[in-house]
Each structure stands twice: as structure tokens, then as C-alpha cells.
Design a binder for this molecule. Structure first.
Ligand SMILES: Cc1cc2nc3c(=O)[nH]c(=O)nc-3n(C[C@H](O)[C@H](O)[C@H](O)COP(=O)(O)OP(=O)(O)OC[C@H]3O[C@@H](n4cnc5c(N)ncnc54)[C@H](O)[C@@H]3O)c2cc1C
Length: 416
């Protein structure tokens, strides 16, 4: 994709990530002369690192499923998804040479398990569309002038009739995403919903948690609880859970992390973990009772739930003040009850999150109420469009964030 020396463009797209590449392909296919400015020497850095370098490019659900996953922000996505639905997104990539597959979690991946195939396909589409990609050329200043916009990059001054800001959020700042779009948007009078890390691991001070580092539990139901009296729930989710050397991670933990990063005093929060969500409290109590009655001379570990690893059992038994070398048959009713409470509601005191440095997305961003969801055009500045994570949009884990970027990018590209 060679550099075209022209400094006058119909459309300049700022940021060659998921939303920007999609917007540029679409606008150029519709006949616009499009330049994409990218700060990095390579485009699509987050596409490459996404989904553990496998790129979970969307979620196998209908448009309503995507809207629902975004909660209050969801209604903003109706028009974008109407212009590029989940199905059409998958077809777009299939036709561009990326065969896809759906995993049991509903996550859609390339059959090759290679994120680079997704990026290469997009770059082929970009090339074919006729859009020009300028790498290692960050936008500095963006000004409204009579005929459109003046853009001052690290190398030149450009003019454009229309501008699409797709510069992403401010998480993983090492990827080039340092919140630059927020500055341009607020200079034009846009409101910024305070950006905060989302889909980021949680930190914990308790040593017993760190000692469990490396343990993964495939199905845990978690609730972020504030230690008020009575305690109240700020978020909940269910899925795979991971203990790490700094605290907690895994999809289920990332999914509730925005409630922690959005809290002013995270040390007042605890994560309540139901380690056995498929069995009710009463049934677990009954199972433990029956197993201890028939345990004969066996020790406590013989009656503990087999689904969980030994190291975790040891920790839980210690936390409730018991020892693993107790005779199972001698365990009292009260001791059984406290074990059951621990398995069904292990309380882990939190200290905070790993922050923007390790947040897969940024919550907050340019306020949705100031952007026309039918076109992605700013309601304050005509000719200015915004798409992707720069907006106050953040979804759960599972491909939802890319889908929002693809669809809002496509709609912006269709509208310019
Ligand atoms: C580790 C990781 C894994 C992830 N995995 C998944 C996943 O599997 N599935 C999923 O749905 N989502 C995933 N995400 C989230 C997903 O990557 C983002 O939601 C998505 O990339 C947002 O797209 P975007 O185009 O809005 O922004 P980005 O992809 O962040 O692109 C923004 C681009 O703008 C450029 N830019 C910034 N400032 C300037 C400037 N001043 N001038 C020029 N260019 C600029 C940046 O360099 C960047 O290339 C993951 C994120 C991370 C960090």
C-alpha cells in the first residue's frame, strides 16, 4: 500500500485498528478517496494480539444478542448492526478468505487460529478498495476549516472533507492507543465519559490467593460485593476463573472488572466466588453429610468435591479453620456448614485492578448522546465521525468488542 503524495482527501480515517480499517474499506469501495493515518509502523496491532493471538472476531449470536450484551449502551448499536450484522461480518471475513469456526462459548475464531489471517484479509480488502494507508504517521492536530478539516500529522498538513476518528481507547497504551481521540473530540466540545480500564485482571493482597497461582477453574459464578451493611452486589458473571501471582484473572474476572475500576474505594470490595455453581447449597450440604456418614476411617479430603483441585481444597479447609488430616466421619454439622459456605461463596478481598496497562478495553469515552447512531456523525461537528472504542462503548469478553468496532466502522464508512 504505497504512499500517495496527495494532501487533499475526501476522507481521512485516523487509526488503522478494527474500526478504522473497516471504515476505510467501506468508504473507498463507495468511491471516496480515503487516506488512513496510523501512528504505528504496523496496522491492526490489537487485532494481532487479540484472543491470545487467535482473534475472537465476533460472537455467534444475532444482533439482539450483541445489543443485550452492551446493556444500557446497546441501543446505540442498532443502526450499526443493521448496516453490518454479525452474520454479514462473518460472511465478509469468509469471502475475504478467512474460514471461521464457533467454539462452545459462542466465540467465533478463524479456523486457522491465527489472528494474522484476519488482519491480512482486511489489508487485502483495503488494498482492493483503493484506500491509502500511511503508517508511522500519527495525527497531531485536527481543526475544522471552511471546506472541511485540516489535519497536522508528524509529517505534513492534510486537508479532508470528512474525518473518521477510530483511534481507540487508552488501554494497552504500548499499542499506540493513548487516548488521542479524546483530546480532539473534547476540543470540539464533546463530552468525555471518564475512561477507566475494563476487561482487566483484579489485584488481591491476601497471600493465600497468590499461593493458588496457576489454578484454573472452568466454571465459577462471581459477584463483586461492596462491604456495606448489608453488602450489595455491583456486578456478576459466570465462566472460567484463574488464580495468578498478583490476584485473579480469566474471562469471568475480566468481565466484572469494570465495576472495580469504576469504584472510588476498591479496597471496600470483595469478590464472592461460587466455586460449584452447578450444585445448590442445600444439595452440596446433603452430599457432604452423606459422604461423611459413609466415610468410615477416611480423612476429610475423601469427602470433598472432586471437581476442584487439591491445592484449592487445602486452602479452603485452612480458611475455615480445619485440617486435612481430620477423620471425615468426625466432622460436625457446623464444620460441614462452614465448608459448604466457603465452596459456595468464597470471599476474596480485592485491592484494585491491573489498570489500563492490562485492560483489553476502555470503558468510558466520547459520550454516545452526542453522536448520531444512524451515521456515526458527531452531532456537534458536521463532517466528523467517530467509531469503535473511542466511543463510550465497552462490551463483555467473547468477540462483542470487535463486533461493535466492525459495525460502527462500517456504518461510518457508509455515511461519509
Ligand atoms: C490483549 C487484547 C486482547 C483482545 N482480544 C479481543 C478479542 O479476542 N475479541 C474482541 O472482540 N476484542 C478483543 N480485544 C478488544 C479489541 O482489540 C478492541 O475492542 C478493538 O481493537 C477496538 O477497535 P478500534 O478500531 O476502536 O481501536 P484499536 O484497534 O485500538 O485501533 C486504534 C488505532 O488507532 C491508532 N492511533 C491512536 N492514536 C493515533 C494517532 N494520534 N494517529 C494515528 N493513529 C492513531 C492506534 O495506533 C491503533 O492502531 C482485545 C484487546 C486487547 C488489548
Amino acid at each position: 500500500l504505497g504512499r500517495v503524495e496527495s494532501n487533499n482527501w475526501d476522507v481521512v480515517v485516523v487509526g488503522a485498528g478494527a474500526a478504522g480499517l473497516m471504515a476505510a474499506v467501506r468508504a473507498a469501495e463507495l468511491g471516496r478517496r480515503v487516506l488512513v493515518l496510523e501512528k504505528n509502523r504496523k496496522p491492526g496491532v490489537k487485532i494481532l494480539m487479540s484472543g491470545g493471538t487467535r482473534c475472537n472476531l465476533t460472537q455467534a449470536c444475532d444482533n439482539r444478542g450483541i445489543v443485550a450484551a452492551y446493556g444500557e449502551q446497546g441501543s446505540f448499536l442498532h443502526s450499526a448492526l443493521a448496516s453490518l450484522s454479525v452474520e454479514q461480518t462473518i460472511r465478509f471475513f469468509e469471502e475475504a478468505g478467512v474460514a471461521t469456526k464457533v467454539e462452545s462459548t459462542g466465540k467465533v475464531f478463524p479456523v486457522s487460529n491465527r489472528a494474522v489471517d484476519v488482519l491480512d484479509a482486511l489489508l487485502r480488502c483495503l488494498h482492493r478498495s483503493g484506500a491509502t494507508l500511511a503508517l508511522a504517521e500519527p495525527l497531531g492536530e485536527l481543526k475544522r476549516v471552511d471546506a472541511g478539516f485540516e489535519l497536522i500529522t508528524s509529517q505534513r498538513t492534510l486537508s479532508a472533507e470528512k474525518v473518521i476518528i477510530t483511534s481507540g481507547g487508552k488501554s494497552y497504551p504500548g499499542c499506540g492507543t493513548t487516548g488521542d481521540g479524546y483530546g480532539w473530540a473534547t476540543a470540539f466540545g464533546h463530552t468525555l465519559v471518564p475512561p477507566r480500564p475494563a476487561l482487566t485482571p483484579l489485584t488481591v493482597a491476601a497471600d493465600w490467593v497468590k499461593q493458588l497461582s496457576g489454578i484454573t477453574i472452568p466454571d465459577v459464578a462471581v459477584r463483586v460485593m461492596h462491604s456495606d451493611n448489608p453488602p450489595h452486589e455491583l456486578a456478576h458473571a459466570r465462566g472460567s476463573f484463574l488464580f495468578t501471582h498478583f490476584g485473579l484473572s480469566g474471562p469471568v474476572v475480566l468481565d466484572v472488572s469494570r465495576a472495580v475500576s469504576g469504584h472510588t474505594r476498591p479496597s471496600e470490595l470483595q469478590l464472592e466466588c461460587d466455586l460449584l455453581p452447578t450444585i445448590s447449597l442445600a444439595n452440596l450440604a446433603e452430599e457432604l453429610k452423606q459422604r461423611s456418614t459413609s466415610a468410615g476411617k477416611k480423612l476429610l479430603p475423601a469427602i470433598l468435591p472432586t471437581e476442584l483441585p487439591d491445592r484449592l481444597h487445602e486452602t479452603i479447609v485452612t480458611l475455615v479453620g480445619m485440617r486435612m488430616d481430620r477423620k471425615a466421619a468426625e466432622i460436625t454439622k457446623e464444620e460441614r456448614a462452614s465448608l459448604v459456605r466457603a465452596y459456595k461463596g468464597l470471599m476474596i478481598p480485592l485491592t484494585g485492578t491491573r489498570g489500563f496497562a492490562q485492560a483489553e478495553v476502555t470503558a468510558g469515552g466520547v459520550a454516545l448522546s452526542e453522536v448520531d447512531s444512524r451515521s456515526m456523525q458527531s452531532k456537534l461537528v458536521s463532517g466528523l465521525y467517530l467509531a469503535g472504542e473511542v466511543l463510550d462503548l465497552d462490551g463483555p469478553i467473547g468477540g462483542y468488542n470487535f463486533q461493535a468496532a466492525w459495525s460502527t466502522g462500517w456504518l461510518a464508512g457508509s455515511s461519509v
